[in-house]
Design a protein around this ligand. Structure first.
Ligand SMILES: Cc1cc2nc3c(=O)[nH]c(=O)nc-3n(C[C@H](O)[C@H](O)[C@H](O)COP(=O)(O)OP(=O)(O)OC[C@H]3O[C@@H](n4cnc5c(N)ncnc54)[C@H](O)[C@@H]3O)c2cc1C
Length: 469
């Protein structure tokens, strides 16, 4: 049970910086703190660090990197900040959005140059809302590779990660200063650890059905596709502490999870020219607005499902993702030589599917725009053999959380900041504004990694300052 208690007693063991959560945010924070000269200790509920980071595609948007320049891609932090704010309907905190955009390129180059992460830029399709090709990924295009490399970097730098430790209670001293944490070990024993500064990197509340129902009722019954251990502790502690909580209704959804296989089907299949069709054989929206808002749209269709329809050319692009290869191996991708045969194989109404498909193909040929506002282009034309996959909408992670400044310092309701409390990643409010539609692809790992690094550095500075004074 996560709570906050007031305690004057001393802790037997004290560490300079305690980080709760060993996902992307916690491990980037730990690396940054260590570089700044402070020994962090990371605690993690699971036996092996994974988090939602391991479930992701591991793609991080970053602007102005040498990886982009090498491929002749022109981009800048200003353009990224503009893209973030356009998608977020200008609801993102400008100081935080500017900071993540400005520090995104340095983050990628830091991980590449100092820790040897072999990033490259995805250059054969773009995600909705990005004005430039800027998704940086590792060879397998998996978050598992990202978290494994972060954990190895932490271990190589002698960073202590205490696994099978679930933080349950924050202990608060005079004037609201965080004194330490009570945590439950895997064997049920309770341990107490004092700290000079605390950094919350325990993600959001997607794994807490009561909080999802309270803050995001439209996704209360949806499949949760994130890490089950993200139970909203940061929000629960924040409420008890009088911290400011922002945009609690915001989330990253995804309208393309293969069902019943539960495998993520990359949105590349749509951006390359694929369509989404419901069980009546009809399209129902402009699929290219974004995959996040598409989750609720798919869930509003009969049976809460849709079919992505595309072709073999698009399947070849999607195959760079291990998830897509897994979906093929699992038999989730259905193939047919004609749209009529595909309709029969999927048991969809043949005439309506053929009408919507033919209309879209003719719009592609003349660069037309459809009744939903989707803009098509000739290079998106599809040809036999055709492919299809049955998908549903899912909740990936929540985007609301503790309001922070541009250095990850947690804000109180009155606008002041806590002296020694920091947050990053899904524990903090993101840069997606107040709705699912405000989520620009990559906002999750962007804020986890960049703000993790900034918050880790700021927390280390705070520890060193308080040691001096
Ligand atoms: C299927 C999927 C695909 C995605 N793809 C992308 C993508 O390609 N690009 C992108 O930008 N974003 C993507 N995201 C979102 C991205 O994964 C998250 O935004 C990001 O991983 C959050 O990082 P984090 O460090 O905040 O949290 P996590 O990686 O979830 O780490 C939090 C850690 O805290 C631990 N923890 C929680 N509570 C406690 C506690 N009380 N005590 C101790 N430990 C605790 C958890 O066990 C967990 O290990 C995707 C998400 C999903 C689910």
């Amino acid at each position: 049970m996560s709570t906050v208690v007031t305690g004057g007693e001393k802790f037997e063991t004290r560490v300079p910086l305690l980080i709760i959560g060993a996902g992307a945010a916690g491990l980037c924070a730990a690396l940054a703190a260590k570089e700044a000269g402070v020994e962090p200790v990371v605690i993690e509920r699971d036996a092996v660090p994974a988090g939602s980071t391991a479930l992701s595609a591991g793609l991080i948007p970053a602007a102005g990197t040498r990886f982009q320049r090498a491929k002749g891609i022109s981009d800048s932090p200003q353009i990224l900040a503009t893209d973030i704010q356009r998608k977020a309907h200008r609801e993102a905190d400008p100081a935080v959005a500017d900071a993540v955009a400005r520090n995104s390129g340095p983050l990628i180059e830091w991980l590449a140059d100092r820790y040897g992460f072999p990033f490259d830029v995805v250059d054969n399709f773009n995600y909705p809302g990005h004005a430039a090709l800027r998704m940086h990924g590792l060879p397998s295009r998996t978050g598992l590779e990202l978290i494994d490399r972060l954990r190895s970097a932490a271990e190589a730098n002698d960073i202590v990660i205490l696994t099978e430790r679930a933080a349950e209670r924050l202990v608060i001293g005079a004037a609201g200063k965080i004194e330490g944490v009570e945590m439950a070990r895997g064997d049920g024993a309770v341990e107490r650890l004092g700290c000079d500064a605390l950094l919350l990197a325990c993600n959001g509340y997607g794994g807490n059905p009561a909080l999802v129902r309270r803050f995001i009722p439209e996704m209360a019954d949806a499949l949760y596709f994130g890490h089950p251990g993200n139970r909203g502790d940061a929000v629960i502690w924040g409420e008890a502490l009088g911290a400011k909580l922002d945009h609690l209704g915001a989330y990253q959804g995804h309208g393309s999870v293969a069902t019943p296989h539960n495998i993520l089907i990359t949105w590349a299949v749509i951006m390359q020219g694929g369509l989404q069709i419901n069980s009546e054989g009809r399209r129902f929206c402009d699929e290219t607005r974004g995959y996040s808002e598409q989750a609720a749209d798919v869930l509003r269709q009969p049976g809460k499902v849709a079919w992505n329809i595309f072709d073999e050319r698009i399947a070849a692009v999607a195959r760079q993702f291990e998830d897509f290869q897994n979906a093929e191996r699992a038999g989730a991708i259905v193939r047919a030589d004609s749209i009529a045969a595909l309709a029969r194989a999927l048991r969809l109404p043949e005439a309506t599917l053929r009408d919507d498909w033919t209309e879209a193909e003719s719009l592609k040929a003349r660069s037309g725009r459809d009744r939903f506002g989707r803009q098509f282009a000739p290079e998106q034309r599809c040809e036999s053999p055709f492919c299809a996959v049955k998908v549903t909408g899912a909740l990936f992670h929540t985007q609301g959380g503790l309001a922070i400044d541009a250095r990850g310092r947690v804000k109180r309701n009155d606008g002041t900041v806590f002296r020694n409390l920091f947050a990053a990643g899904g524990a903090a409010a993101g840069v997606s504004g107040s709705t699912a539609a405000g989520y620009l692809s990559g906002n999750g790992l962007l804020t986890a990694t960049v703000l993790g690094r900034l918050a880790g550095h700021a927390a280390a500075e705070q520890v060193m300052q308080s040691a001096k004074g």
